[in-house]
Ligand binder design. Structure first.
Ligand code: CA
Length: 221
């Protein structure tokens, strides 16, 4: 028994130390419980957030469809396209009269101008051309009775020609004429070789080309 006595101390000491380790002070127990409660709360909170995000979010979606864009057309028609007016073997005092119809065949307002270019300048410079709109009957006998004069001058000239109606330069110039979509107007053209024509005009042939230029009126001052 005595031989075991010297070991009793260390054994007891070890037992005591173990007991001390297992039994923590009351304050530390409280802190541990608090920590565990916090951790559990955090887990519950995290689970709660996850559940809320995946199951309880309302949403909605709507559309605005058929947003279409297209462009208009600018299209001018001149009729007849050739030999609108012809005067052959003229002598001083003769005149010829015929209509030329301008039609807006496109889908937007347009303004147009007209240039006359001839194949020579001598006869073209002595032939007198008068253009009217609103003539009830477009022939030589009735030309003077109705309508409004929109041009009075020579038949034309070699290139670049003569501005008969308005100006083909971009924009609105005096004499430019406006036509709405599907609208048309008849230009009644009267050409005469005046009694005062010079002898130099004998035996000459002059051919005129009337070129009509159109442009949009909107966004084009
Ligand atoms: Ca113009």
């Amino acid at each position: 028994m005595n031989t075991e006595t010297p070991n009793a101390g260390p054994l007891n000491t070890e037992t005591l130390n173990t007991a001390q380790l297992d039994k923590e002070p009351p304050e530390r127990d409280d802190r541990k419980r608090g920590f565990l409660l916090l951790a559990a709360s955090a887990i519950v909170l995290a689970l709660g957030v996850t559940t809320f995000s995946s199951l309880a979010l309302f949403s909605d979606s709507e559309t605005s469809a058929d947003n279409t864009f297209s462009t208009a057309t600018l299209d001018l028609t001149v009729a007849p396209a050739s030999t609108a007016i012809t005067g052959l073997d003229l002598i001083p005092g003769d005149r010829v009269t015929a209509p030329l119809t301008i039609t807006n065949s496109g889908s937007l307002d347009l303004r147009y101008s007209m240039i006359s270019v001839t194949t020579e300048d001598v006869l073209a410079g002595e032939l007198v051309m008068t253009i009217k709109t609103g003539v009830a009957t477009c022939d030589s006998a009735n030309f003077g009775a109705t309508g409004t004069v929109v041009f009075n001058g020579v038949l034309g000239a070699t290139g670049p020609g003569v501005n008969v109606l308005g100006d083909s330069a971009q924009g609105d110039q005096p004499g430019d004429r406006v036509l709405a979509p599907a609208a048309n107007e008849v230009l009644c053209i009267d050409v005469q070789l005046p009694l005062s024509a010079s002898n130099a005009t004998q035996g000459i042939t002059s051919t005129a080309t009337f070129t009509v230029n159109a442009e949009q009126t909107a966004n084009n001052p």
